[in-house]
Each structure stands twice: as structure tokens, then as C-alpha cells.
Design a protein around this ligand. Structure first.
Ligand code: C6P
Length: 409
């Protein structure tokens, strides 16, 4: 289907959960930035694995264990191909973006950041890309610095070269803001950080469901992914790291596959990627994630991106018809998110009324409190899009918002 416009009706047919009524209304799911729905192909992959192949990996000599291991390692190769990593050892399976970032903060951070050093993040980060760095800085006596955001919702990149100093040990930046939808120019940011010798972690939670991510083209040192935000299962995610950087990091959790041999005196650690994957991994999750990547590629990311952009534009225009509504972001490049406030109505009240209409959105701070406080608000309403959304979904949202206005007239 790649290249052609999306056949959204056909895509919707692949997502069984969408075909239900909520509170007597057809479900309109506009909360994909929180978690995406799963296509039948992903659900089938999970059922198939548990029905036929379930066993522990890298351990048994029996047939099921061999099949489970092949499927799990096949999933790693699938992820490598999806993000164009150079080698499978650069793909570490984790629980999600949050765990990926914490892994880097614990291992890279605690081995390479010391007293007086600096970690640079941005005002646009999700709490998962703030708190691990705060904890690290507090523990080692380093300073957390922040690239500010302007009133349009873009990063103040004029500040970047000032904030990158000879003490900066890492820059962490989100690819797409979950609260505003801003797409950051990460390639340029990485180039500028590397020019100062600073490695870069990209929080990719909100990117790969919307556009192609190529870690070699970006030249990022780390890239964090959550499977559940790209049509895969919850509980599985990926930390990509350049091999040389991962090799330089000590292990963090002990046990299981991260070990080659143990005596009471000493443990010999395994090679990558296993050295950073302790305990029985989420085998079915990895297999489900690989199925999600197959699904995304079968639809085609170019067509998905074009659909996303067209729907965003349609949505931004349609929301203008709602009195007293203010869209939060005017950023140069946006993806997947319409975030707004309504005069004299709390975001949670908007969410409750929309829910009665069958429209699922997120209301609140979206785990990005520092960003929202830059805009002087505590909460916004966020409608977030995925490939299965339609103009009719936006129309239902707008109808619901007019009802909110009537209630609060
Ligand atoms: N954002 C949202 O509704 P986890 O929970 O580990 O899968 O992902 C954390 C995370 C990290 N970075 C960004 C940019 C994110 O958007 C998220 C998750 C969800 O916006 C849940 S708070």
C-alpha cells in the first residue's frame, strides 16, 4: 500500500477494539499518544506464540525453547531493520521508553557523569526523560540544565550552543513532544551536540507510529522506544544504543541472561545485547512488537505520515469553530497531537463530557508538567491521532466540544 493514500476503512477493519459502542455511542478513540490500539495481526502473533511456542529463551535444549529463542531473536532483528540500526547487539529489549531512559541514566550516567558535570535536557521532556536525570544529578552532584521552549512550542535552539559546555556529559531530547506534538529537529540537534563531543539520547516514544526513524541517519547515541505506542503490546520497548557506547557501559540489573558464569567470588558478564537484559525477558512482547512493525511496514510509513499531517490540518481548522478554544502549539513541525484549552472549562470536565459522547481523549498535564507551566496552564485537553483515525472522528470531537460549550454557557 506504500505510496498510495491510506485506505483507512481497511485499516480500521484490522483493529477489532474500534468496533464497539461506549456509553451508547460508537467509540471515537483519540488517545493514541497514551497508547495505540492493536491490530489483529499483533493479537494473533501473541495468541500463536502462547498456543504453540511458549518456552523460556536461551536456556532449554528442547524444541519449544528453540522456537521461542528463534522468534525472540528474530524480533530483535526485526527491530534492527525497522530503525536501521547497524547490528542486532545494539537492540536492547526493555519494558518501554521509561525503562530505556532509566537504564541509560543508571549505567551510562553513573559511570560517566560526576560532580560538577552537566546533563542537558529540554523544557519539552516527558517526566520519564526528566526524573531519571534529576535522580542521577542529585546522586552524583551534577547539574541539570534545560533548553527552553518558545511561546509557539518550538525549542529555543539559539540557546543550545550556550547550554552545551565542556561539562555536558549527555543531551536528552524528545523526538516528538507528547503534550504539544512538536517534532524537534533532532538530526540538527545531534550534529551540534556531537560537534561539542556530547552524546545524545532521543526519547522516541511518540515518533515511530507516525514517521520513519533511522538511527544511523540521525546518528543518535541512544534511541528509546515503547512498543505500546506503535501498535505493539504493553510491557515491551527498546533501547537502541551505538555498539561502542553500549560496550562502554556497566550492566545494571543482575541475573539471568546477563551472566556467563558465577562463582561466589565473581561473575563473568555476557556480551551485548544480553549483558543489559537481566532475567526472563518479555518474549511474547518482543514477538508482538515485531508483528506491529510488520503491520506498520505493510501499511507504509509514508502514507501514514501523509494521513497524519492531513488529519492534523483538518483538526486544527475544525477546532477553530469552537468558541473560546485555544490550540497550544504553533510549532513549525507537528505530529499526531492536538492539544488545547477551553476558556472557563477545566480540561477534566471537557474529558468527562466527551467521554459521555464516546470520545476518548486525555485531559491533564500529560506527564509534562514543566512544559505546561511554561505555557502558564496546569492541564490541557489532548486529542491524539493514529493511522486508524478519520475526519469523522475529528467531527465527533468537535460536536462534543460544542456540547461542552452549551453545558458551560
Ligand atoms: N506518554 C502519554 O499519554 P512509557 O510509559 O515508558 O511507555 O513511555 C513514557 C513516555 C516517554 N516519553 C514520551 C515523550 C512519552 O509520551 C511517554 C508516554 C504517554 O503521553 C503516557 S504518560
Amino acid at each position: 500500500m506504500s505510496g498510495a493514500p491510506l485506505d483507512v476503512a481497511r485499516i480500521r477493519a484490522d483493529f477489532p477494539i474500534l468496533h464497539q459502542e461506549v456509553r451508547g455511542r460508537p467509540l471515537v478513540y483519540l488517545d493514541s499518544a497514551a497508547t495505540t490500539q492493536k491490530p489483529q495481526a499483533v493479537i494473533d502473533a501473541l495468541v500463536r506464540y502462547y498456543t504453540h511456542d511458549n518456552a523460556n529463551v536461551h536456556r532449554g535444549v528442547h524444541a519449544l525453547s528453540e522456537r521461542a529463542t528463534l522468534a525472540y531473536e528474530g524480533a530483535r532483528e526485526r527491530v534492527r531493520r525497522f530503525i536501521n540500526a547497524r547490528e542486532t547487539k545494539e537492540i536492547i529489549f526493555v519494558r518501554g521508553c521509561t525503562e530505556a531512559i532509566n537504564l541509560v541514566a543508571y549505567t551510562f550516567g553513573r559511570s560517566k557523569v560526576g560532580p560538577g558535570d552537566e546533563v542537558l535536557i529540554t523544557a519539552m521532556e516527558h517526566h520519564s526523560d526528566i526524573v531519571p536525570w534529576q535522580m542521577l544529578c542529585q546522586q552524583v552532584g551534577a547539574t541539570l540544565k534545560v533548553v527552553p521552549v518558545d511561546e509557539r512550542g518550538d525549542l529555543r535552539l539559539d540557546q543550545l550552543d550556550v547550554l552545551l559546555t565542556e561539562r555536558t556529559r549527555l543531551l536528552a531530547v524528545t523526538h516528538v513532544s507528547n503534550a504539544l506534538g512538536t517534532v524537534n529537529p533532532v538530526r540538527d540537534i545531534i550534529r551540534r551536540a556531537h560537534a561539542r563531543g556530547v552524546p545524545v539520547l532521543v526519547d522516541g516514544a511518540q515518533a515511530p507510529a507516525h514517521f520513519r526513524v533511522d538511527v544511523q541517519a540521525l546518528d543518535c547515541d541512544f534511541y528509546a522506544l515503547s512498543g505500546h505506542k506503535m501498535f505493539g503490546p504493553t510491557g515491551i520497548g527498546v533501547l537502541y544504543g551505538k555498539a561502542a557506547v553500549l560496550e562502554s557501559m556497566p550492566p545494571w540489573q543482575g541475573g539471568g541472561d546477563m551472566i556467563l558464569s558465577v562463582t561466589m567470588e565473581k561473575t563473568v558478564y555476557n556480551r551485548l545485547p544480553y549483558r543489559l537484559e537481566a532475567g526472563t525477558p518479555d518474549i511474547s512482547g518482543a514477538i508482538g512488537l515485531a508483528a506491529a512493525m510488520d503491520y506498520i511496514d505493510s501499511v507504509g510509513l509514508d502514507a501514514i505520515s501523509a494521513h497524519d499531517q492531513a488529519l492534523l490540518e483538518y483538526g486544527a481548522r475544525a477546532l477553530e469553530s469552537v468558541p473560546g478554544l485555544r490550540l497550544m502549539s504553533q510549532a513549525r513541525e507537528r505530529s499526531g497531537v492536538l492539544s488545547f484549552i477551553m476558556e472557563d472549562v477545566h480540561a477534566h470536565d471537557v474529558g468527562t463530557i466527551l467521554d459521555r459522547e464516546g470520545v476518548a481523549i486525555r485531559a491533564g498535564h500529560h506527564c509534562a508538567q514543566p512544559l505546561l507551566s511554561c505555557f502558564g496552564v496546569a492541564a490541557t485537553v489532548r486529542a491524539s491521532l493514529a493511522m486508524y483515525n478519520t475526519r469523522e472522528d475529528i467531527d465527533a470531537l468537535v460536536r462534543g466540544l460544542h456540547k461542552v460549550r452549551e453545558v458551560f454557557a
